[in-house]
Write a protein that binds this ligand. Structure first.
Ligand code: CAA
Length: 387
């Protein structure tokens, strides 16, 4: 249950109800099978588009719902509580490529790509990491060189969420030259579509969790990109990516809270049904204390997230707060799902119940869109500069 202290509007309650109904009908009944088969269900993309959930933050002129960040994050939590894999697809799409286009794109670029993305006709992806450039994102090596009215891109991007089905990918590549490297300022952002010559989808990862969300490498082999696909200014791609990740990390926090909540709710039900030593295990104080700590941490994580999101909606800079929300929510998800598995005992360790999936799904929230260590770097630097 969403905390009543959040003081939600009627519209926000309606969004939560819509997301919950979608999760109950389309996600919860299928999540275990999709996880087992590592199956991405493509029909979810137009279905979420139909609901407006792929353009939640986009203005109406691009067929979006024009909602604030808090409303979007409430919907995302509900979707994540039903199926975390669907939530990461929705989070990446809404937080990274669409936001990058909306914020830094030209009028023509926005006109061309945003409305089809909002309608669910083109799924969005974000390609920053490379096999040798993860936390140290500025060390990426994918190279772009100008050739008349095109850029030629060569390199590989990795860990690309939804990369198999993406219709628009915001990819970062170097536009400086080997003899004059400019570090983070030598990186530019490009709008990539899978029809470009030289584009291919590489290895699909066989993952511990989030198995219904395809994570792939993308290979750019002499890929010819029309010059008008450069996003914003040359050399600003790293900064655009960092600014977009501030938003993305709020999405991952909401996703982590949804996973934690699902595990907590499953545990609450289980402990009232499971009998040992002649009574429901819920009657043992040790069990009640675990539930108390789970509920407290989830509520704290949600409070931190909604404080950051409300600040963002007021136009306040939230770099470090976004990292705090992501750090705390993802560590909460890992901790809460670990407690849930423990409360289920042996049944928590088998696939008959969903908590082992929640546990596996939770782990990556401490890794993607910046590891917990990277979040601490961002928060630590802000602390030293007088946060
Ligand atoms: N907003 C604006 N500008 C920013 C910024 C921000 N949030 N963060 C950095 N910058 C600017 C800096 O000010 C600096 O510019 P100046 O030199 O003019 O000051 C420039 O960018 C370089 O910044 P840093 O010196 O801080 O760069 P760094 O190399 O030390 O890196 C880092 C900092 C925080 C570790 C960064 O590399 C980082 O966030 N790494 C993690 C990357 C990440 O999250 N990857 C996930 C990819 S997405 C994914 O997981 C897959 C998916 O599909 C979900």
């Amino acid at each position: 249950m969403i905390d009543p202290l959040l003081d939600l509007t009627e519209e926000q309650r309606a969004i939560i109800e819509t997301a919950r109904a979608f999760g109950d009908e389309h996600l919860r009944p299928n999540a275990a099978a999709w996880d087992r088969d590592a199956h991405f269900e493509p029909s979810l993309v137009p279905a979420l588009g139909e609901l407006g959930f792929l353009g939640m933050l986009l203005p109406a002129e691009y067929d979006g719902l024009g909602l604030d960040a808090r409303s979007y994050l409430l919907a995302l939590e509900e979707i994540a509580a039903a199926d975390a894999s669907t939530a990461v697809m929705m989070s990446v799409h809404n937080s990274l490529p669409t936001q990058m286009l909306l914020t830094f794109g030209s009028a023509a670029q926005k006109q061309r790509y945003l409305a089809p993305m909002a309608r669910g006709e083109r799924l969005g992806a974000f390609a920053l990491s490379e096999p040798d450039a993860g936390s140290d994102a500025a060390s990426l090596r994918c190279q772009a060189r100008r050739d008349g009215d095109h850029w030629i891109l060569d390199g590989a991007k990795s860990w690309v969420t939804s990369g198999t089905h993406a219709g628009v990918i915001l990819a970062m590549a170097r536009t400086d030259t080997p003899d004059a490297r400019k570090g983070a300022k030598g990186i530019s952002a490009f709008i990539i579509t899978p029809d470009l010559p030289g584009f291919s989808v590489g290895k699909k990862e066989d993952k511990m969790g989030m198995r219904a969300s395809p994570t792939v490498q993308l290979v750019f082999d002499g890929m010819r990109v029309p010059a008008d696909r450069l996003l914003g200014q040359e050399g600003m791609g790293f900064i655009y990516a960092m600014q977009s990740l501030e938003h993305g990390r709020l999405g991952i926090a909401a996703q982590a809270i949804g996973i934690a909540r699902a595990a907590y709710e499953a545990a609450c039900t289980y402990v009232t049904e499971r009998k040992q030593f002649g009574k429901a295990i819920a009657e043992f104080q040790a069990v009640q204390f675990k539930l108390a700590d789970m509920a407290t941490r989830i509520t704290a994580a949600r409070s931190l997230l909604h404080m950051a999101a409300a600040a963002k909606d007021r136009g306040v800079e939230i770099g470090a707060q976004s990292s705090m929300a992501k750090l705390f929510a993802s560590e909460t998800a890992m901790w809460v799902t670990t407690q849930a598995v423990q409360l289920f005992g042996g049944y928590g360790y088998v696939k008959e119940y969903p908590v082992e999936r929640y546990f596996r799904d939770a782990k990556v929230t401490e890794i993607y869109e910046g590891t917990s260590e990277v979040q601490r770097v961002v928060i630590g630097r802000a602390a030293l500069s007088g946060l």
